[in-house]
Structure formats: structure tokens, C-alpha cells
Design a protein. Structure first.
Length: 102
């Protein structure tokens, strides 16, 4: 019985951790955005380049979400993350738009 309880607790904890990571902007970036936004391939604004992101962020998060979900330029719809939620997209956008913490 004790082993079963420990196994269930460990499984629940790992699922919680995966869920928390998925909502983390950096985790979403690493999973789905980094390929284009790390190098700027296809005209993608580079992650953490505040100047490149300022005019985009000035349009507001609803406009940013629409672009991500519908696709824009070379970015496909849902930006390589078909399972991402709006909150995950918001977190990744905010992560990319901010200067990298050292």
C-alpha cells in the first residue's frame, strides 16, 4: 500500500511539474519558438531584442495572440505549438520580448 501511495504521489508531482513548465514562457520558447526566434530566420524578431519587439508589443497582446494563432509572414498558424494555450503563447511572447536576464 505504501509503495502504491508513493508511486501515485510521484506521478502526480511529475504531472504538476510538467504543467507548470508548459505555462512558463521560457519552456514554451524552448519547445516551439527557439528555432526561428533565436536566429531571426525568416524575418522572425530575435528573442530578447527589445528594439525588435517594441513596435510589435505596442500593438497589444490581443494583436500578438492573433498573429501567433493565425500565422503571420513566415510563421505558421499556432507557431509550431498546436497544443499551446493562449496563456502559454502570452508567456512565450513576454519572455521573448524582454531583455534576457543575466
Amino acid at each position: 500500500m505504501m509503495k502504491r501511495t508513493l508511486l501515485m504521489t510521484a506521478t502526480a508531482a511529475s504531472l504538476f511539474t510538467l504543467g507548470a513548465q508548459a505555462a512558463d514562457g521560457e519552456a514554451v520558447y524552448n519547445k516551439s519558438c527557439m528555432f526561428c526566434h533565436a536566429s531571426g530566420v525568416g524575418g522572425a524578431p530575435r528573442a530578447h531584442d527589445e528594439a525588435a519587439w517594441k513596435s510589435l508589443m505596442d500593438k497589444g497582446m490581443p494583436t500578438m495572440l492573433k498573429a501567433v494563432k493565425e500565422g503571420k509572414g513566415n510563421m505558421p498558424p499556432n507557431a509550431m505549438c498546436g497544443s499551446c494555450t493562449d496563456e502559454e503563447f502570452k508567456a512565450s511572447i513576454e519572455f521573448m520580448a524582454k531583455k534576457k536576464q543575466k
